[in-house]
Design a protein around this ligand. Structure first.
Ligand code: DQA
Length: 150
């Protein structure tokens, strides 16, 4: 069975209550459940996790390279600051898709910069919970192609 990892960064545990105009009304548990269901249709095992800590996110990404064929990652505020997360993504050598619920380009200038975009396979922003939906479909296709060329 093909497995993928969905990792959410800081403050995303507050989804549903946090700035709904930017992030929508769905809770993180609802988004994770949607991804698990979508994964079943795409024949993907989906494991999910969230942490507010940069070091824990790094540990989880490193470990995922042992069992996952790809990652969907929303690094939250660390998107704009973390060289260490960028280094981890480079190191693990499995496809990582960067995801954001809000359209970061319609927001403050500091959100326009991402330390990780250049080392991710691709990036989806601005579609609310549907950013994750789009990402799982993109990742399923990428993994299928990778498996064919192996
Ligand atoms: C976010 C955008 C970030 O700028 C912000 O710090 C978040 C959420 C998003 O999903 O839109 O925490 O990653």
């Amino acid at each position: 069975m093909t497995s993928i990892f969905v990792l959410h960064g800081p403050n995303l545990n507050l989804l549903g209550k946090r700035e709904p105009d930017w992030y929508g009304n769905k809770t993180l548990a609802e988004i994770d459940q949607m991804l698990i269901e979508e994964g079943k249709k795409l024949e993907l095992e989906v494991r999910t996790s969230q942490s507010n800590s940069e070091g824990v996110l790094i540990d989880l990404l490193q470990e995922s390279a042992q069992w996952a064929q790809g990652v969907i990652f929303n690094p939250g505020g660390y998107t704009h600051t973390s060289i260490a997360l960028r280094d981890t993504i480079t190191a693990i050598q499995i496809p990582v898709i960067e995801v954001h619920l809000s359209n970061v380009y319609a927001r403050e200038d500091f959100r326009h910069r991402s330390t990780i975009s250049a080392v991710c396979r691709g990036k989806i922003v601005g579609f609310g919970w549907r950013s994750y939906w789009l990402a799982i479909h993109a990742l399923a296709g990428i993994i299928q192609e990778n498996n064919k060329t192996r």
